[in-house]
Design a protein. Structure first.
Length: 174
């Protein structure tokens, strides 16, 4: 498979990038959904770590996000799924395309991680954006119930029936 810069080749590259986005976010969703299952081996790691620090929507804010310190790190359950996506890309695509799509995966994970960190800050930089306030409100609800496993884009939550609107429906902080 070679990179084709014809109009058809560009359409295929864009379609692959879109598919890559949804495959990557499915991996993130699985990596967050599965540790919430009672039989999951990662449940105590995630729930005794991150959810112990931020136990419910009334306690999801701190001056500094406590993240990346052993049992508090929420990225660990996501890692196997993200590695699986990257390995598949190297197996399927030629070098240039694999590099491009792996970069996309890394950027998606970084954006999700930064947004998640901002959700837990008392004074987040992104608070001025309506999309952020809606996503943050959905994430607050996640800390009260096993719903809303994605960070910003709740496509997979809607597909699998794990999305729940915030009680006030506005997306504004409660």
């Amino acid at each position: 498979m070679t990179i084709n810069f014809t109009p058809d080749g560009i359409v295929v590259a864009i379609a692959c990038a879109v598919a890559n986005y949804y495959i990557t976010t499915l991996g993130i969703w699985l990596g967050h959904f599965l540790p919430h299952r009672p039989a999951s081996r990662l449940r105590s790691f995630h729930m005794d770590g991150h959810h112990r620090l931020y136990r419910d929507s009334a306690h999801t804010r701190s001056r500094r996000f406590r993240y990346g310190h052993g049992r508090e790190d929420s990225l660990v359950p996501l890692a196997p799924w993200i590695v699986l996506v990257i390995v598949a890309q190297w197996a399927i695509f030629p070098l240039a395309a694999a590099l491009l799509y792996c970069t996309e995966v890394i950027l998606i994970v970084i954006a999700a991680s930064i947004s998640h960190g901002q959700f837990h800050l008392e004074k987040p930089l992104l608070q001025r954006y309506d999309w952020f306030r809606r996503a943050r409100s959905a994430h607050d609800l996640h800390h009260d119930a096993d719903v809303n496993f994605m960070v910003v884009d709740h496509f997979w939550d809607r597909c699998f029936g794990t999305y729940q609107e915030t009680p006030n429906g506005s997306g504004a902080p409660n």
